[in-house]
Ligand binder design. Sequence first.
Ligand code: CMP
Length: 131
Amino acid sequence: MIKPEAVAAGHTGKIIDMIISNGFKIVALKYTRLSAEEAGIFYEVHKERPFYGELVGYMASGPIIAAILEKDNAVEDFRKLIGATDPAQAEEGTIRKRFAESKAKNACHGSDSDENAEIEGNFFFSGRERF
Ligand code: CMP
């Protein structure tokens, strides 16, 4: 997912270009907006964390780009490409180093396991939206 602040700042095209240049195939892609309720469900695993309310409010604050990506070792390689959650810790050349504003407004989300990638892909896309 490309998050609201990165979309609003006009970084969508550059981020998608980095994703494709790094060998990911785009299986599904959508420009959409989460309601607060939907953002709450998407981030339910973080419900007990102190930043949950802020995260949900922020993720519903504007349109986002959702995508399903395919590659060998996709989960790990995509997390390397996006970089550390905190942009101050992210390595040069990562999406978060280039585009993130803060720990919360960190430009991009990547699934943390194959299992969650399946759940998160199904959250956004039907079977006929995948190619
Ligand atoms: P993401 O990869 O989308 O997964 C969970 C999100 O929670 C994370 O990126 C951040 O946007 C957010 N997050 C994690 N830690 C903090 C924090 N300390 N303060 C605010 N937001 C956070």
